[in-house]
Design a protein. Sequence first.
Length: 198
Amino acid sequence: MEHLALRRVAPTDVVVAATGHYLAGRPIDMSALAVDLGISRATLYRRVGNHEALLGAVLARQTELTWRAVRPAVTAEGTAGVVAHLVAFVEAVTGSQALRGLIERDPVLFVRTVMGPGEVEDTATALVHELVLERLGDRLQERPGLDAKVLARAIVRVADSMMYSHLLRGTEPEVGSAVAVTTLLLDAAVQPGPVPAS
């Protein structure tokens, strides 16, 4: 039975099942998940790694789904389009009861999974990079050490600090501050001329 389950249950199946637990406001319990999927804990760990890796996969998937979901509502072009998309995404994410529940249950795990290097950050950076290239394209100025990918990573870091550090403290996110800083970054990225030496 276990041998058949091993062939049948793919890593994506595990992530989808774990996402169901997460969205229902429940902790992702590896034992309960293994029972739900009809496999052993050992098989579950072989499929997706440890609990933290699975949570990262769940949150990365939710990041992309939320990002794509808000996209049709954004019609602005250029810098305004990038900012509008980011604002819509931030509002959707910070309004998530599942996310708030995770932060309340285990803020340390949340910080390691979301605010540190890993699948969530990589996914968010790739999505912002794609958006920046699409909305700004040829307007981006070439500068040593500062390309669209570096810009995307900086924007993700800004958004993280404004979205999540406040939730961790139990206060509301500073969306306006995130918009102001992101706009400065984007304006600088399309402004001709060298970056002043520090």
